[in-house]
Design a protein around this ligand. Structure first.
Ligand SMILES: [Zn+2]
Ligand SMILES: [Zn+2]
Length: 265
């Protein structure tokens, strides 16, 4: 493996059944039930292991009526990653389903955009409709990490190590960032919630929880520019990811898949 080439994995940990219309602003004419998946992502390479987002725990799942299938820590261990040995966590944004499990990585430094921290601790949180996707305890945990000198702030585009860059996209959350990773199959973009489902980017549709519709739509264009192809963009909540990409090994099907090998298309 060269100095800037990485392995990338998606680790699914939870699911939620919902009406298809709940996934789009302006709804959907097909009102059948569907499901969304919840993931964290792992990047392994010559500069160590980076975990992208931290998911949520059982207490948060219960509070928001989600179903955890494999706790995040269990998924990481199945991939050979010991959470207490992880040095870097990339926080794409601070929504509850991405920023929980905040004690799982006691030795990690956290990477976040300036604007996301300001957004989650500022005047917008005085508005109920903008506060819904945030959990007060998750945000407070990040504030505690700031005061423990464990947070690295980024502004726009920054290289974390050769082959891994973060890019502020905004839209769904004001300081949302995606992660661009060089792999042996080309440049993969972990979109996180810059694109929840493939249908969002393919059809120009928008998830209902959104700070800025305009920035979300412009963000799709940026994702396409950053990735080697549309098939190198990994949406944040699409269950299809588990079908398109191969399991890491037998026994991990529908749980942990490799994103640095070509999808079945
Ligand atoms: Zn989100
Ligand atoms: Zn999300």
């Amino acid at each position: 493996m060269s100095d800037d080439t990485h392995e990338v994995y998606a680790v699914c940990y939870a699911t939620h059944a919902r009406k298809r219309s709940e996934n789009y602003i302006f709804g959907d004419p097909h009102d059948e039930m569907t499901s969304i998946a919840y993931y964290v992502w792992v990047i392994k390479g010559p500069h160590g292991t980076f975990v992208c987002d931290t998911g949520f725990d059982e207490a948060a799942a219960k509070e928001r009526a989600r179903t955890i299938i494999h706790p995040v820590g269990e998924g990481l261990k199945a991939l050979g990653v010991q959470p207490d040995k992880v040095d870097h966590v990339i926080a794409t944004h601070l929504h509850w389903d991405h920023a929980g499990n905040y004690d799982l990585f006691p030795n990690a430094r956290y990477h976040i955009q300036d604007i996301e921290m300001a957004y989650a601790t500022g005047r917008c949180m005085c508005h109920q409709v903008l506060r819904i996707p945030f959990s007060e305890n998750d945000v407070l945990a990040m504030v505690h990490k700031v005061f423990a000198y464990r947070v690295e702030f980024h502004d726009g585009v920054e290289e974390l190590v050769p082959g891994i860059t973060v890019h502020k996209i905004g839209g769904h959350s004001k300081g949302l960032q995606c992660v661009r990773v060089k792999t042996k199959r080309g440049t993969v973009v972990i979109a996180s919630d810059c694109c929840h489902l493939y249908s969002h980017i393919d059809e120009g549709r928008v998830f209902p929880i959104t700070y800025s519709v305009g920035d979300t739509l412009e963000g799709y264009k940026t994702l396409k520019k950053l990735a080697s192809s549309r098939h190198h963009i990994v949406p944040g909540h699409d269950p299809e990811v588990l079908k398109l990409y191969p399991a890491v090994k037998t026994g991990l099907e529908n749980w942990i898949v490799r994103l640095d090998v070509a999808p079945k298309i």
